[in-house]
Design a protein around this ligand. Structure first.
Ligand code: SAM
Length: 248
């Protein structure tokens, strides 16, 4: 069995999956609110930019998969921007996150246009060449076997399909990096304790950003999975990167 980083700790993939599931079980009911707190509201802007960068040749009759979709935020944003005859499958390993998403989908009248699937990113329960677009936002860094997950993304996309991934990175500028470290190590776990009653899941989330590959390394992994036409867009001084690629 392969090993992966849980924060700075190296553990086997089975234990990794179960500990990641535990992290998101603990935060599910306050997940969206905490995202706003941790990012000082910037997550909304990043997600808007992410959706704007999808650039598909058509905006209707699309099968979309939002992998590691959690409470469905990206899927809902997609459906609001492209309302015509599109269907989104929100796929996640964590049933608690999906349950929150299902509740939200009915309050915003989108339950007819989406489906919630509990499945692992390393073995997605969808057919080959099913999807026109696959999104994964702030999810890939939590996946135990990223290579396998990228291969699965490639498998379920149609030829011509678009892969879009957004993930945290680290600021290049030294001043911004110092501020970012002070904020993320000093304050985020404290907010976690105050708002969710848990500090540990937020320590993991902060550490996992530090152990994620550099944008160039991750871009190579995307290409190794078979994708072409890869691009990287850096946001907010490289705090976040958007990766776009195509299955030719
Ligand atoms: C930080 S949340 C991101 C949620 C949402 N995409 C967003 O942008 O707000 C990460 C999600 O990845 C999910 N996840 C972690 N490992 C996974 C795996 N191996 N397969 C599928 N989902 C996974 C977690 O359950 C969690 O819901």
């Amino acid at each position: 069995m392969t090993e992966s980083n849980f924060g700075y700790e190296k553990i086997n993939d089975k234990e990794h999956s179960s500990r990641v599931r535990d992290v998101f079980n603990k935060v599910a009911n306050k997940y969206d609110f905490m995202n706003d707190v941790m990012s000082l509201g910037m997550q909304r802007l990043w997600k808007k930019t992410f959706i704007n960068n999808i650039k598909s040749h058509t905006s209707e009759d699309l099968n979309v998969v939002d992998l590691a979709g959690g409470t469905g935020d990206i899927g809902f944003r997609f459906l609001k921007k492209f309302p015509k005859n599109n269907f989104v499958n929100i796929v996640d390993i964590n049933q608690e996150m999906l349950k929150e998403g299902e509740k939200i989908s009915s309050t915003i009248n989108l339950s007819e246009k989406c489906n919630f699937i509990c499945s692992q990113g390393e073995s997605i329960s969808l057919a080959d060449s099913y999807a026109d677009i696959l999104t994964i936002s702030f999810g890939i860094r939590n996946v135990s076997n990223r290579e396998k997950c990228l291969e699965e993304c490639f498998r379920i996309l149609k030829p011509g399909g678009i892969f879009m991934c957004m993930e945290f990175s680290l600021p290049n500028d030294i001043l911004l990096r110092n501020l970012y470290d002070a904020w993320s190590y000093g304050l985020i776990p404290k907010f976690g304790k105050l708002i969710v009653g848990e500090e540990e899941p937020y320590k993991y989330l902060v550490d996992s950003i530090r152990t994620f590959p550099s944008p160039e390394e991750f871009n190579d992994m995307i290409m190794d999975a078979g994708f072409k036409k890869t691009t990287i867009k850096q946001l907010s001084g490289n705090i976040v990167c958007i990766y776009r690629a195509e299955k030719i």
